[in-house]
Design a protein around this ligand. Structure first.
Ligand SMILES: Nc1nc2c(ncn2[C@@H]2O[C@H](COP(=O)(O)OP(=O)(O)O)[C@@H](O)[C@H]2O)c(=O)[nH]1
Ligand SMILES: [Mg+2]
Length: 263
């Protein structure tokens, strides 16, 4: 059997990771493939329904707070390290389900995921050769030039840390007006437009810094092609699937495990 395709849903807290992960799982299943949803967020209060492998079976934020007398931030840090110690149990549970796609919902606080060594160990353990990071741009941040640039840099940080291919998604695209959507997608296609927007947003820009920063952003290339998605409206899911397939090597689809229901 071919190795499953693994997709990590990453992004700032509230960006829409959990919602998109669930919608994408439904789309994948209705297209005739098997999907395993993995929850790696020990602090989520979302119900277990719809999750196939749940880290809360091994590590729960509330228990860590109580047991070690930690506040929410300290407990998050401790939990990140504890997850790494349980990752082979998680991996085994995932492998037993033998799905075509493994969709991983990552912890709510991105700094824990992006900057801790434990997360690197977790991703290394779960990833095979067919793995991709999906980075969600939260529209409430992405719609201002400064917020957009910050998200581009965060996305690059994740790519750099995990050394995995990455696709950038604009989440909750239904929450933007058509004009805002066009503007934001324009920034991703043409760094020159983003440069103009940033320099006109700030009345006294540090021109030297901005120019150097924009050279770096232009050099990042993969920024081009920010893909609009909406879990609420179920849009952008097929393009996301196609982007993942391209990354996994070859545009060929897997043979469906069962008959598609969405055609
Ligand atoms: N309008 C809109 N809201 C969304 C969408 N996806 C998620 N949300 C809302 O955004 C909030 C955060 O979503 P969630 O999936 O929990 O984000 P996470 O913290 O990144 O896992 C919730 O209130 C969701 O209802 C979407 O596609 N459109
Ligand atoms: Mg979540």
């Amino acid at each position: 059997m071919e190795e499953p395709g693994t997709v990590y849903f990453t992004g700032t807290a509230g960006a829409g990771k959990t919602s998109l992960c669930r919608s994408f799982a439904e789309w994948v299943r209705s297209s005739g493939y098997d999907a395993t949803v993995v929850n790696l967020d020990p602090g989520t209060e979302s119900e277990a329904e719809g999750i196939d492998v749940d880290i809360r079976e091994w590590v729960r934020l509330a228990d860590i707070e109580e047991e070690y007398g930690l506040g929410p931030n300290g407990a998050q840090v401790a939990a990140a390290d504890m997850i790494a110690l349980k990752i082979f149990e998680v991996k085994q549970a995932v492998q037993e389900l033998k799905a075509d796609y493994v969709l991983v919902d990552t912890p709510g606080q991105i700094e824990l995921f992006a900057f801790r060594e434990a997360s690197k160990a977790i991703v290394d353990a779960l990833s095979g050769d067919r793995s991709v990071l999906a980075f969600l741009f939260d529209p409430s941040l992405a719609r201002t030039p400064g917020g957009f640039v910050s998200l581009v840099m965060l996305s690059a940080t994740l790519e750099f840390r995990f050394r995995l291919p990455l696709v950038n998604l604009l989440a909750k695209s239904d929450a933007l007006s058509p004009e805002q959507l066009t503007e934001v997608l324009g920034w991703s296609d043409e760094p020159g437009r983003l440069y103009d927007a940033v320099t006109s947003e700030s009345p006294t820009p540090d021109v030297q810094l901005s120019t150097e920063l924009f050279r770096a952003i232009e050099a990042m290339g993969p920024l081009v092609g920010l893909l609009p998605t909406s879990a609420k409206e179920g849009t952008g899911l097929e393009p996301l699937y196609q982007s993942c397939q391209r990354v996994f090597g070859g545009a060929e689809d897997l043979e469906p495990s069962h008959a598609p229901t969405n055609e």
